[in-house]
Ligand binder design. Sequence first.
Ligand SMILES: [Zn+2]
Length: 507
Amino acid sequence: LSKLTPRPADLLIKEALLPSGEQADVTVEAGRIAVIGAPNRAVSDAAATIDASGMLLLPGLCNAHLHSMEMPLRGVVWGLPMELYRVCIAPLGMGTKISPEDVYARTRAAALEMLRNGTTMVVDDVVHESLEAEYVDAVLQAYADVGMRAMVTIHCEDRPWTESVPFLDDLVDAEAREWLTAVGTPSTESLLETCEAAVGRWSEHELVSCIPGPSAPHRCTPELLSGLKEISTGAGLAFHIHVQETLMQATGGPLMFGKSMVAWLDELGLLDRGTTIAHGVWLSEEDIEIVARTGTSVVHNPISNLKLGSGIAPVRRLLAAGVNVALGGDGYTCNDRQDMFEAIKLAALLSDVRSSDFEQWLAPEEVLEMATVNGARANLLDGLGLIEEGSPADLALVRLDPPEFHPLNDPLAQAVFAGDARHVDTVIVGGEVLVEGGRALRIDEQAAWAASAESATRFLEAAGPFLERMAGLMPAHREAYRRCVEILSRDPYWMDAAPVLSLDPSS
Ligand SMILES: [Zn+2]
């Protein structure tokens, strides 16, 4: 611990317990951690003081993969694998138009929920209702108003829906194919223009930025992928894309590109230090080698991967190969609770069933790093997500008086294995205290929840006819799924990746 030199500070956090087990006073100046010092050598003239005795100080948590637009459908979908589940949430951004004000209300509620749960930074991959600037900006403005650090994508796909799912194109009739393409496939040019403009509009904001977010290799043309990568590289921003999340995508790579999707992206020159792949559940040894060699980050989304039966990502093998692995919650329909403590616990526990070699299981410190500093690093925000002098003061204080911390043997391990978002007392972003005593300070929470509930009602009304039409296409999607499973069970070339799944199509 440094010597605490008495000088004016913006904020003094008194007598907090650090993850290392030491107690400290922490001062914040100009949005950054200034001094981490021995307790009770307090600066008397700090502008504000937080009594953090009996609380654990953690770096603010980073949810490195979210889809906030799914919030109105929370709790609606379950019991389906990703490609079939997607049919049930398709109106998001495809056939449903609500107002920018409703988009704002929905996003603000998501931001508030996450913030109260100790999440200070998020990558929100948004399928926007419209590519018009007011819709895109409504999302970014909501984060800016809540005061959270956010990277918001414009989720892009320019391949027709039926071509992005193996076999589906042959299984639907011409009318359905045309309808899906008309509602869900904007032009490559319009996506690139929208993205470039939004990146530019938000380039100067301190906490919030827009980043390119192509949906997935099988849902985008190479022109779109390369164009978006150019935009992100030019602006020094992250590039966020779903890759090899599911069984069908494991099949889809070789069927569509003659190689895995990771190898395809590498061939296009799209994998590097600025690229993050969401999921990476089905990765072969060769894929892991490519991801490691290119410096690509991976976001592990354990809850979503369980709810959609996608499998369990090979996190230890990625970490051992030197890959930066972050942690995400994923969308509100595949993870109905945006509580990073739940994701942290599951990431830790799931590693135990991926390998019988118990020495390879994830340690609490490693999972906490995934949920903090690794998420920042994946988004080129090095230095964030640490409790170090000079780091941005993005912090969360966790109460240690709940029963889960009794007796207090190992605060860090207990936060990982017994932690809960409800234990979060105080949340600070860039030095500003945004949550204190579990309540948001900047935003009228009741008004925010009410506005969000109203926007959800309007969304569900607008989505009804679209959902009904999509439901009619479910049998074709089921058959496409069955065929993919059958291929893999006959020729399980992918089985060295072996996520825990039965490949027996009859089961
Ligand atoms: Zn996702």
